[in-house]
Ligand binder design. Structure first.
Ligand code: NAD
Length: 366
């Protein structure tokens, strides 16, 4: 038998320190030689319920990048579930490799076995690099999977639910700034008109907002402009626009020191994940500039609420109804931010942590 001398055991204490610092419960390394599967499942916190988070498949440069990503994303899921008032914890999985090259039925089913071995402590779903077809393969091996197609009893595409949550979170911000929920006549720039952005634009236009749209995809822009009457803005001119609301619905980290300084608007609220390049610096910068920020992970939680609904037998009406809580929670967060003079991002984190702590203190005996 070969010795294990090559394992760099000195890196393990470093990893454990990180796990302790942010209180991760469990990290599972999965490998299978026959399929080439290499995956990491991170379960951050299961105080409120099983950890739910998608499986991301990406051609990471190295294992370090993969573990950094899975730790960051699983912790984010804990906060997102907690702030949404649902009984889920935070977890995430990453599969290392190019999804176009090494993914197949055996590969995904082997991953499904690993998920099943966790006995329901981790529930998986679709994410970047995985598809509903992959979820179907996982489903062959475990019941702990959501985000299935509608014909299999799943919730299908969550984007319309996400868009509804973003719309309501935006309205809560509009109420705070303008004294009424109505977006009629408001100049709103939606950056990114994919599945969520386009559904949001339709709602806003219907209500009489003056919508501007920007995207790298010229075709998508032209077709949505034709359908809704929204005006097209070039990406290089987004932050020069005179707008009331900026709604980032494309990539993350679009808000940085340079463009926040340039920005002329009253509200930022959109669907993209991790909108602030640095949540502390840029959350505070928006507060100092008097721009109201609807925390991304709260207002885009409709997608998570949608898969949560699937766990008890999917019903879109229930998913939409549950998503409506985003309006009230956004208002509560704005109130905390004002009262305590902290950014809305900090206020959201605080509220999420308080829910986990208070539920963690009680024993849910039946
Ligand atoms: P999508 O892929 O359907 O749409 C993204 C759009 O952004 C596309 O039209 C694309 O052309 C555009 N885009 C890409 N790069 C761009 C760039 N550099 N500048 C401007 N536009 C660019 O994705 P989606 O499902 O609509 O999700 C949008 C955002 O919301 C993502 O950040 C996603 O992580 C987040 N989100 C989505 C959901 C959901 O239910 N779909 C849930 C939560 C969060």
């Amino acid at each position: 038998m070969d010795t294990l001398n090559d394992i760099h055991v000195e890196t393990i204490p470093v990893l454990f320190n990180q796990l302790t610092e942010h209180d991760y419960e469990q990290i599972v390394f999965c490998q299978d030689k026959s399929t080439g599967l290499k995956a990491i499942i991170a379960i951050h916190n299961t105080t409120l319920g099983p950890g739910l988070g998608g499986t991301r498949m990406y051609n990471y440069k190295n294992e370090n990048d993969a573990i950094t990503d899975v730790l960051r994303l699983s912790r984010g899921m804990t906060y997102k579930a907690a702030i949404s008032g649902i009984n889920l914890g935070g977890a995430k999985a990453v599969i290392i490799g190019d999804p176009r090259k090494i993914k197949n039925e055996a590969f995904m089913r082997r991953f499904g076995r690993f998920v099943d071995n966790l006995g329901g402590k981790y529930i998986t779903a679709e994410d970047i690099g995985t598809t509903t077809r992959d979820m179907e393969y996982i489903k062959m091996e475990t019941g702990h999977v959501t985000g299935l197609p509608e014909i299999m009893g799943g919730g299908g595409d969550p984007s319309p639910v996400t868009a509804y949550g973003v719309y309501l979170g935006m309205k809560a911000c509009v109420n705070e700034v303008y004294g009424s929920d109505s977006v009629e006549g408001k100049k709103i720039l939606v950056e990114g008109v994919g599945k969520v952005g386009s559904a949001l634009v339709r709602r806003l236009v219907k209500e009489g907002a003056k919508v501007m749209i920007a995207d790298v995809n010229e075709e998508a822009l032209a077709s949505l402009a034709k359908e809704t009457g929204a005006s097209v803005v070039s990406l290089s001119e987004v932050f020069d626009q005179d707008m009331d609301i900026y709604s980032p619905c494309a990539l993350g980290a679009t808000l940085n020191t340079e463009n926040i300084s340039q920005m002329k608007c009253a509200i930022v609220s959109g669907a993209a994940n991790n909108q602030l390049a640095d949540e502390h610096i840029h959350g505070q910068m928006l507060l100092d500039k008097g721009i109201l920020y609807g925390p991304d992970y709260l207002i885009n939680a409709g997608g998570l609420i949608n898969v949560y609904t699937e766990l008890n037998g999917y019903n879109r009406d229930i998913a939409m109804k549950t998503t409506e809580t985003i309006y009230d929670v956004t208002r509560d967060i704005i109130a905390i931010s004002k009262r305590e003079q902290i950014s809305t991002y900090q206020a959201a984190n605080k509220m999420a942590e308080q829910r986990i702590q208070s539920i963690g203190r009680i024993h849910l005996n039946y």
